[in-house]
Design a protein. Structure first.
Length: 442
């Protein structure tokens, strides 16, 4: 049964899922796309045709509730009218400029707005198109600022798949095919939010030891990169003493702290930036995903003292790209940030995440044998599954949910919940009811 306009409605399924049109598109896609990109089987994919708010309509006319926000991108909801209007207005006026030679005026407005939002004195930025690019900008900045190229990253970390970002991304399935091409000066230490991981003191001691081991070598460590909550690693929240302890250790050892908030930033966790939960200000802050409300845009923010390690341009930047500071994405970002602020979506994510989503997941842990644990902050949460094969169980629940009109992702043995910050209480309750039924079914 549907209730409310598209964007705020409940699922409505016109065909089996996936429907005939999605199956046809899957066959066509298989013929023209690299086989690595999209998994095509009897459970999917569905092909999206339209989206608004927390709803998606597929090519067969089926309407879903999206609990992923499209990988966390649709913070203020899919196709927000204010963002769409800003994009249309900007593309009619100026669709492209020369970002590092003759920039667009709106690029300056966006950079000024980011400087206002950023914690501490992170008042200078480098723009790029996606999170991986922004991570690489941060790594380059850190190497220039410290003179030490080595990096410490964390087990389970996901920072992107470009070569620089892949070097600090932990899972072997991403690294192994390209291992011989990756920068070797990265050391991985445990992440204290993981199951069976050591506590913060042990992890910080491992960071210290890794730094000491590299002194005098070819790749001395100059930076630590960390997700305040590991997203692709399973929505893992570290102990409350970890990030403050890491900040203090970086200060002691003269390291730059790079915090990757591509997934967690811009209201997702109930704060503008997740590091604010622990009152930590990084040296470099990476943002992306929801920055432009659906368009590709990312940034790394840093203090003038750090950013001025880059040489002044003499007419040709040594780190840039054709679409740097694209005016359409900049206009979209300004509109999206305005909606998040004016509609108080940061506060809403905190309130809805704690009182509606978080409480419900904790209830399941107490009641359902299939539920092993719940964790998260704001509207970035996970339910870890129990049993002999929890990863397979998570995949089955995701497939079952899709057939019930709920779009959900699994991260290993956990179900990940990152809905649009505008999801209605009715939509969230309905989706959770359907998932509860799927978990009971086993």
């Amino acid at each position: 049964m549907a209730a409310g306009p598209f964007g705020r409605t409940l699922p409505r399924l016109e065909t089996p899922v996936p429907g005939p049109r999605s199956l046809e598109l899957g066959r066509r896609l298989r013929a023209v796309e690299s086989p690595n990109i999209t998994r095509i089987d009897r459970d999917g994919p569905i092909f999206w045709a339209e989206a608004a708010g927390a709803n998606v309509r597929d090519a067969d006319g089926n309407v879903y509730i999206d609990l992923t926000a499209g990988f966390g991108v649709a913070g203020a909801g899919h196709s927000h009218p204010a963002v769409a209007e800003a994009v249309a207005r900007q593309v009619r006026r100026l669709a492209h400029a020369m970002g590092d030679v003759h920039p667009a005026d709106v690029k300056v407005e966006l950079l000024e707005r980011l400087a206002e939002l950023a914690p501490g004195d992170l008042a200078m930025a480098i723009l790029s198109a996606n999170g991986s690019d922004a991570v690489e900008s941060a790594l380059k900045t850190a190497a220039l600022a410290t003179g030490r190229p080595g990096v410490i990253a964390f087990e389970g970390a996901y920072h992107g798949l470009g070569y620089g970002a892949l070097a600090v991304t932990a899972p072997r399935r991403f690294r192994e095919p390209f291992r011989r091409q990756l920068y070797p000066g990265v050391r991985f230490v445990p992440f204290p939010g993981a199951r069976d991981a050591p506590d913060s003191d042990v992890v910080l001691a491992a960071v210290r030891a890794a730094v000491e081991e590299t002194r005098g070598g070819a790749d001395p460590v100059g930076a630590v990169i960390v997700e305040p909550i590991q997203g692709r690693g399973g929505i893992l929240v570290p102990p409350p003493d970890f990030l403050p302890g890491l900040r203090a250790l970086c200060d002691e050892l003269d390291l730059l702290l790079v915090v990757d908030e591509v997934y967690t930033g811009l209201g997702r966790t109930g704060r503008w930036f997740a590091c604010e939960h622990w009152k930590v200000v990084p040296d470099l802050l990476v943002i992306g995903k929801s920055l432009a409300g659906g368009l590709p845009l990312s940034a790394v923010l840093g203090s003038p003292a750090v950013m001025e390690a880059w040489p002044a341009s003499e007419g040709e930047a040594i780190h840039t790209s054709t679409f740097l500071g694209n005016p359409v994405t900049a206009a979209a970002a300004l509109a999206h940030l305005r909606v998040i602020e004016e509609d108080r979506l940061v506060e809403r994510a905190d309130r809805l995440g704690r009182r509606r989503l978080g409480d419900r997941l904790e209830e399941w842990v107490r009641e359902l044998p299939a539920a092993a644990g719940a964790r998260g902050l704001g509207l970035m949460r996970a339910l870890e599954l129990a049993g002999p094969e929890p990863e397979g169980a998570a995949r089955r629940v995701v497939a079952r949910a899709l057939r019930a009109g709920i779009i959900l992702l699994a991260e290993g043995p956990a179900l990940a919940f990152t809905p649009p910050l505008v999801i209605t209480e009715e939509q969230l309750d309905h989706a959770l009811d359907r998932l509860h039924a799927a978990l009971v079914e086993g």
